[in-house]
Each structure stands twice: as structure tokens, then as C-alpha cells.
Design a protein around this ligand. Sequence first.
Ligand code: SF4
Length: 320
Amino acid sequence: MTGRVLPNLLNPLDRSGDVLAFPRGRQPKLTEAELRAAVAAQMKDAEIAERFGLSKQRVYQLRQKHGLVRKRQPRGARARFEPKIATERPATMPPVDHPALTEARTIYPATVVPVDGLLNVLVSGANHWKIGSRIQKGRWAGFPVYTLTLEERATCPDSCRHWRSCYGNAMHLAKRVRVGQGLEDRLGHELAILQSRHPAGFAVRLHVLGDFYSVGYVDLWASFLARFPALHVFGFTARIDGRNDPIAAALVHLVLAQWSRFAIRFSNAPIDECSTVTVEHPRQVPANAVLCPQQVGKTDSCSTCALCWQSRRRVAFLQH
Ligand code: SF4
């Protein structure tokens, strides 16, 4: 995959120009933290090269520079259950007094962009190696996948257990869409286009970064489900305190009413179903949970797995 799949907002009937090439010019950088996370996730050099827009040789050089040498398995040795594990969050932690933590924002404020500066806010899952572009199995098989990325911490509850160790700390290239009326209007337009392009169904992953930021925003997604019958949503939320957080209460209501099309899991919530749990080692996976198969190399991506929306069973994730 060499580009981003973008809805053509100007001419919804023109489907020929879906794939836009990456911009020419200076190659994006690959930081040491990102490279370490990618190697720990067992990504091949070719995959890293494609993800970050570098050559395979450059990735190899950077690995050598940072001492990230891949160990060869002895011949005939049985593959052991070890570094093949892709952790849920790369080990990137800002210092505890970093202003982003106290000001509830990303550590990359320049990456927060207004909707007006974006051709589209829903981006193909092909741009996220863990998500994938088209669902391969289960009830939603064949659906293309789109993602939405918001600003981490600014939209999240400060009770999130990854407030400091957020996945977004290692994503300096990700564009975070600024939230507000502009985003909400644009979502309506783009979902209408996707509904007409994919009447048999499409999926939206909420949110690569960020979270549901208001009751009105939750209600908006409820209205989208009613307006766009092809829309299916999956993802995770750190809003789990339904007693004290009205956004969480609104989400619980919507998830229970619409799970078959709105499979949002409550992260580390003390409930048996529609939830996740974070563990440090596969031995700690509770009896009522299934370890994310992608993290242990049993499947390539969410699109080839489908567990999160196919089943209500709790899903366990490995913490870094
Ligand atoms: S369990 Fe499957 S669908 Fe859920 S996050 Fe892991 S790979 Fe994705």
C-alpha cells in the first residue's frame, strides 16, 4: 500500500482517485523509540520501511546504529514464546512533570490540525499496520476499515491508566483532528459518502488516539448509526466510570443497545463482557479473557482477527 485512501468530498461519484501518493520531498524520520517499538512488535524491515516511508536499507542501517540486531533462531529450534510479543503500548514515557501531562494534551501540539486543513478526517486502516484495510473474517467480512484520530489526553478522562504511558507518545507523525463542531459536521459528510460507496457495510475504528469527549459527541454517533445503516464501529474507551462520568454513562447505554454495530470496549473496566484487561504476561490473562491474538503473532491485524466485535468476551492486552 503506498497511499492513503481518501473520500473525494468534491465529487462523490468519482471513485477513480481514491489513492493519493505520499507527498514527495523530505522523508519522514523514524525515531529510535518508534524503531524499538516496531522491532519489539516483530515488524520486518520491509514493513517498517513502508510504514515510515524509508528504504529497507535505511531501516537496516538504523537498526545497526541503535544495536537492534535480530537474533537468529538456532536451526531446528522450536519457536519459543518470547520476543514475538507486540506490546499494547511502546515504552515511551515523558517525565512525570512534562507539561503535556498537567495540561492534558499531546506532547506533539503541532500535530493537532483543524478540520479545514484536512481532505478527510476518516483515514483508511491501511495506514495502521495493526488495524488493516479490509476485514477478512466474521460478520463484518469484506468491510473496508477507516480510522479517526483525536488528540490524546485532551479528549480522555484523567483516570486513564495510560495517562502518562499513552501510545500517542510514540506517534509524532500522526495527525490529531481538532475536536468541535467542525469535526462533527465533517463526520456527517464523510460518513454519508462512505454509506453511498459501501452500502453493504464499512467499519470505523474509534479512536486510534483520544476518546469520546462529550455526551453530545456520543449522541452524535448514536444518530450516525440511525442515519447510516452500513456504519459499524469498533474500538475502546477509557471512560468506564458510569456513576460519575456522564460521557461514560451515555456510552454504556449506547453499547448495550447497539453492540452488534457499536462494539466499543471499556478498557480495564471491572466487568466480564465488552471490556478489556491489561496484563504484564500471558500467564496473568484471567480465565474470562482472551489474549489479543495479534500481540502474540497469531494474526496480522484487527482486520484478520475480528475478535473485538465478533465476541463480547473480555480481551486481554499485554502492557509494555
Ligand atoms: S483482539 Fe483482535 S480485533 Fe481486538 S485488538 Fe487484538 S487483533 Fe484487534
